[in-house]
Design a protein around this ligand. Structure first.
Ligand code: HEC
Ligand code: HEC
Length: 339
């Protein structure tokens, strides 16, 4: 069961009856420190916003929904004044430009803040595809180390993976509900990804998969001879790649997609393509949620599943021997492991 601790809750309970929350937030929240960053300016700074520790915040002890991609540690999410005021309106559907959200994520043992993820709302058309949000993620090795940006805008892989998942959040790509009455991530946020149907089929969009994180292999590894002797490249989408950043992770999040292209004998053209997609459909529980399939190499979007686990028995029977959650080719450092 999740417990939520809301900053200033005692004060709030007392206050709500007397003054509006908008005023309250104004009273309690110091002026935002980043005066040099007006809302209409694109936040180019590769910098974690300063002074956020005094913003309105929500703390919760463990991930909610698909939030496991951000790690397993406790998290505190802060929102600046402009966003905090907007969030008090129950019917809010978009956050104003200038809204900044900072999320601190503890390491898995909850000893120090290991990662910081930020979302900043702009009205820059450059970010229109992301509803104006820019996403960044920073990490550090220990509590004395400097943060380095590891994901998000400004880096070559941009923030497509962040937004692809956040787009499903209940209010304008934001999962956590900052409103005073129930400040918690919305549990209904990710029931399924909406792509999965009752009969267990789903359509998987493979557009752009060649830009995903990849592991090129000159030939089979371990028992991979089942896929022939030719060269192959294994790609993993952003959801899976983000999860892999946590060295100790043991299960891929729902929505992870792994694509394997197997070349012809002369290594000049793709001969076949196998994919694995992680679901939370009980129909695939025996396969740890994975659906396996060889798919058409010319299709950008493929339909998989529907035949239950029986059609794929051979695949999982071997894949379950992989070191981490039925995937052999990642993490790359485990490749030479026992499998
Ligand atoms: C697979 C889904 C998924 C992906 C990918 C993802 N997030 Fe999140 N994110 C969540 C969920 C769910 C929450 C809230 C619950 C939690 O933290 O457990 C969240 C919370 C946040 C928050 C706090 C505001 C909010 O929406 O609640 C920030 C900031 C954030 N994520 C930034 C990022 C950045 C930056 C990236 C890319 C590097 C990213 N996220 C990738 C699912 C995702
Ligand atoms: C006898 C064992 C075995 C069987 C059976 C098998 N695979 Fe694999 N598979 C592997 C190994 C080992 C790899 C790692 C890369 C390589 O050597 O090709 C792999 C890689 C993959 C990958 C890339 C992700 C990863 O785990 O590295 C996909 C996708 C995949 N297989 C799909 C399938 C599908 C679909 C089937 C069933 C039609 C299947 N596999 C049957 C052993 C097997």
């Amino acid at each position: 069961m999740l417990k939520f601790q809301i900053g200033l809750i005692a004060l709030l309970i007392g206050c709500v009856a007397f003054i509006s929350c908008d005023q309250l937030v104004e009273v309690l929240t110091p002026a935002p420190p980043e005066d040099d960053m007006p809302g209409e300016m694109m936040p180019t700074a590769d910098m974690i916003p300063t002074g956020y520790a005094s913003w309105l915040s929500v703390t919760y002890p463990e991930p909610v929904g698909t939030g496991g991609v951000h790690g397993e540690g406790a998290r505190t999410v802060y929102i600046n004044e402009i966003g905090a005021i907007a969030s008090q309106d129950d019917s809010v559907t978009t956050f104003p430009a200038g809204t900044t959200i900072v999320k601190e994520i503890m390491d898995d043992a909850n000893t120090f803040v290991q990662k910081i993820a930020t979302m900043m709302k702009t009205d820059d058309p450059m970010f229109a595809d992301h509803n104006g949000w820019t996403y960044k993620k920073y990490a550090r090795a220990d509590e004395n180390a400097d943060y380095m940006q590891v994901k998000g805008d400004g880096l070559p892989d941009a923030a497509e993976g962040c937004h692809a998942c956040h787009a499903a959040a209940p209010v304008d790509s934001v999962f956590v509900d900052f409103s005073m009455d129930d400040a918690m991530p919305d549990d209904g946020m990710m029931t399924d990804d909406g792509m999965m149907t009752d009969d267990g089929t789903m359509t998987v969009d493979l557009a752009g998969y060649t830009s995903w994180m990849s592991n090129p292999l000159a030939g089979p590894i371990l028992s991979g001879g089942a896929h022939g002797q030719n060269a192959r490249t294994v790609y993993i989408n952003e959801v899976g790649a983000v999860a892999l950043q946590d060295g100790g992770m043991t299960a891929y999040p729902v929505g992870t997609t792994v694509v394997k292209d197997i070349m012809d004998a002369t290594n000049t053209a793709i001969q076949s393509r196998a994919i694995m997609v992680k679901t939370d459909n009980p129909m695939y529980a025996e396969h740890n949620g994975w659906i396996y399939k060889y798919v058409d190499i010319n299709a950008e979007s493929v339909e998989i599943g529907g035949d239950g686990v029986d059609g794929q028995q051979g695949c999982h029977g071997c894949h379950l021997g992989a070191a981490v959650d039925s995937v052999f080719a990642f993490p790359i450092s485990d490749m030479d492991g026992e499998g």
